[in-house]
Design a binder for this molecule. Structure first.
Ligand code: BJW
Length: 276
């Protein structure tokens, strides 16, 4: 076996507290487009154009169509061998009294679908909604303001909408027919650019970064903060950092192990028990 893989497997099997950070790349093999890769555009837009409150304020129908499309894609998707390897590894750690936390930037819940139990969702979830209030500082202080709604389509007016092939650059659903509760317009409970992350979530993440003895980043380009700074923060403590990604990233240079390739192919080998 390749020396690097052997050394990593020994390390991961001895580590007492492993933290994984995942991004869109881990779900690519489930058929979910990444943000900056091939297929990352929806119509003419990137997530940078649509994942902001100003974009929602300007054209709530267009942004709802984008999220409705993504809810449909995810609802047809299944976890791939990368998600399964992580969930199996987490279960094994738990049964051996070792800690293993998955921090994800993804909103697709495929880690949970693969059986992972301890998943920290940094950017919310496609399946959660909340009232659309500009500048709202998230849901911790008011736990009831975010709720799950898996109805497909979430409102009848979105049925058949959201096709990425359509040329329209404007939403076509009247605002009154978009998701509402008690007269208030709703939005997906995800974290858009310029919005703060849930402080409770951030606190948990920084505790994990301070405690882990191995950090593994998977399928993220390392361009969006605060996640983009985690690998360097952990490496500063002298803790080994490993990276699995299809393409080179901005954090490769702080990593002791760089595995270039598909996470669905690499993770099952990297995380298999030593005897296999
Ligand atoms: C494979 C593969 C395979 C493919 N196997 N690999 C410090 C400096 C500069 C700016 C900032 C800063 N701090 C904050 C900011 C502003 C901003 C920011 O980061 N801007 C950057 C663009 C510079 N950050 C924020 O606003 C954040 N809020 C915040 O920090 O609040 C405080 C604050 C605010 C304002 C100013 C300062 C402080 C919030 C960020 C929220 C990001 N939201 C999104 C949308 C979520 C909802 C949704 O999904 O719709 O999150 S944007 C999008 O990017 C999404 C993703 O989670 C996130 C990261 O993307 P990811 O996962 O890395 O995907 P890709 O596509 O970029 O990369 C995939 C990788 O996988 C590629 O490398 C492929 O090669 C690889 N791959 N197939 C393995 N099979």
């Amino acid at each position: 076996m390749e020396e690097k893989m052997k050394a990593f497997r020994e390390l991961v099997n001895q580590a007492k507290h492993v933290v994984f950070l995942t991004g869109a790349g881990i779900s690519a093999e489930s058929g979910i487009p990444t943000f900056r890769g091939e297929g990352g555009l929806w119509r003419v837009y990137s997530a940078f154009d649509l994942a902001t409150f100003p974009a929602f304020r300007k054209d709530p129908s267009l942004v709802w169509e984008f999220y409705h499309y993504r809810r449909e894609v995810v609802s047809r998707s299944s976890p791939n061998p990368g998600h399964v390897a992580l969930a199996d590894f987490q279960r094994r750690c738990q049964s051996e009294g070792r800690a293993c936390t998955i921090i994800t930037q993804n909103i697709d819940r495929l880690h949970q679908a693969a059986g992972a139990s301890d998943v920290v969702e940094m950017h919310g979830s496609l399946w959660l909604v909340k009232r659309a209030v500009e500048g709202d500082a998230h849901f911790v202080e008011q736990p009831n303001v975010v709720w799950e709604d898996r109805t497909m389509p979430i409102v009848p007016a979105l049925a058949g909408k959201g096709s990425p092939q359509e040329l329209s650059t404007h939403g076509s659903v009247p605002v009154a027919e978009l998701p509402h509760r008690d007269g208030a317009l709703l939005r997906p409970a995800v974290v858009w650019f310029g919005e703060s992350l849930d402080p409770t979530v951030l606190q948990r993440i920084y505790e994990e970064l301070d405690k882990c003895d191995l950090f593994v980043t998977v399928g993220t380009s390392g361009t969006v903060h605060p996640a983009a700074g985690f690998a360097a923060k952990v490496a500063e403590r002298g803790v080994p950092v490993a990276l699995v990604n299809l393409d080179p990233t901005s954090v490769d240079d702080v990593c002791r192990f760089v595995f270039q390739g598909k996470s669905g192919e690499l993770l099952p080998k990297m995380l298999a028990p030593l005897e296999s």
